[in-house]
Write a protein that binds this ligand. Structure first.
Ligand code: NDP
Length: 283
């Protein structure tokens, strides 16, 4: 809500194609904006939009003084050059922190916008009083939005960081060295008890839809919420197997946990963008 002479911060989301999960994420983000008094809009573009046209829309948002934050929902369709699109977002409005300029600042330890998911995880660790300095932190996944920025953030807080991926040898053994284990792979219930040292803090970033009844039974054994499964036709599970709760010192739930915090951090980045743009505005 704006008062006379003061414009509300505004986040503009760009949603390309009709991926239902992406549409849900964007709707959740814009609804959260509404609840907080941040203006929001979603620009919906067809699956077959060209990279050039998409960059044209981004250019308009870059120069639009009424827009503080620009969020391009990923993944983009395979026909679009994602790097070219992200490179063309004004770094001062890049609230996802994916522009190379912002990535560079993060790697140098002087972030402007911390990508929302790893930013939320740092908040979670700090607010729960988990010791980061000197800890062995293992991250599974090396994506631009989670794994890589997570590694930078933990390293700058003096953790000893190991980044694992699909070519890592003996992944369970590497993971068992972790005091803090961050899992961002996208494979349901992949991380079982034998990946986890007793008492470790386990952060489950994964969001996976499981639509096969047999797989639900396989993961949960006695599953208690078939009504929900039958209603939706799937359930959402993380990358960490529920059995890890028996051994971990702390474990984030899925759903819940990292997802809502990610949205919170995006809101925080939008407010920061708005404050900085106003501070530097000459108009
Ligand atoms: P990406 O698909 O971009 O990256 C996955 C990473 O996992 C890659 O580095 C890949 O290795 C690695 N990997 C794949 N298979 C294996 C394996 N068998 N063993 C070890 N490593 C493996 O994923 P994202 O980072 O974008 O997302 C990961 C998950 O987190 C997804 O489920 C996504 O939905 C979720 N997510 C949740 C968010 C939230 O708000 N809670 C926000 C963002 C993502 P390689 O590089 O070698 O291919």
């Amino acid at each position: 809500m704006a008062t006379a002479g003061h414009r509300s911060p505004k986040l503009t989301a760009v949603l390309v194609g009709d991926d239902p999960a992406s549409a849900i994420y964007v709707r959740t983000k814009t609804r959260t904006c509404e609840g907080l008094g941040i203006d929001s809009e979603t620009i919906e573009l067809p699956e077959n939009v060209s990279t050039k046209d998409l960059i044209g829309y981004i250019d308009e948002l870059n120069t639009n003084k009424g827009v503080d934050g620009i969020l391009v929902q990923l993944p983009l369709p395979s026909g679009v050059d994602t790097e070219a699109v992200l490179d063309n977002i004004d770094p001062r409005k890049d609230v996802d922190g994916l522009h190379p300029h912002n990535v560079g600042l993060l790697v140098q330890g002087r972030p402007r916008f911390v990508p929302a998911t790893p930013g939320g995880i740092m908040q979670m660790l700090d607010r729960r009083g988990i010791e980061i300095e000197g800890a062995n932190a293992v991250i599974i996944g090396r994506s631009e939005i989670v794994g890589k920025p997570m590694a930078s953030l933990l390293m700058h807080r003096n953790a000893t960081v190991t980044v694992c991926h699909s070519r890592t040898r003996d992944l369970p053994a590497v993971c068992r060295s972790a005091d803090i284990l961050v899992v961002a792979v996208g494979r349901d219930a992949m991380v079982t008890k034998d990946f986890v040292k007793s008492g470790a803090t386990v952060i489950d970033v994964g969001i996976n839809r499981v639509a096969a009844r047999a797989r639900v039974e396989d993961i949960f054994g006695e599953y208690s919420d078939w009504e929900k499964f039958n209603q939706r036709g799937y359930i959402v599970v993380g990358d960490v197997h529920p059995e890890v709760e028996e051994i971990a010192g702390a474990l984030t739930p899925v759903p819940g946990g990292v997802g809502p915090l990610t949205i919170g951090m995006l809101m925080s980045n939008t407010l920061e963008a708005a404050a900085r743009l106003r501070a530097t505005s000459t108009g």
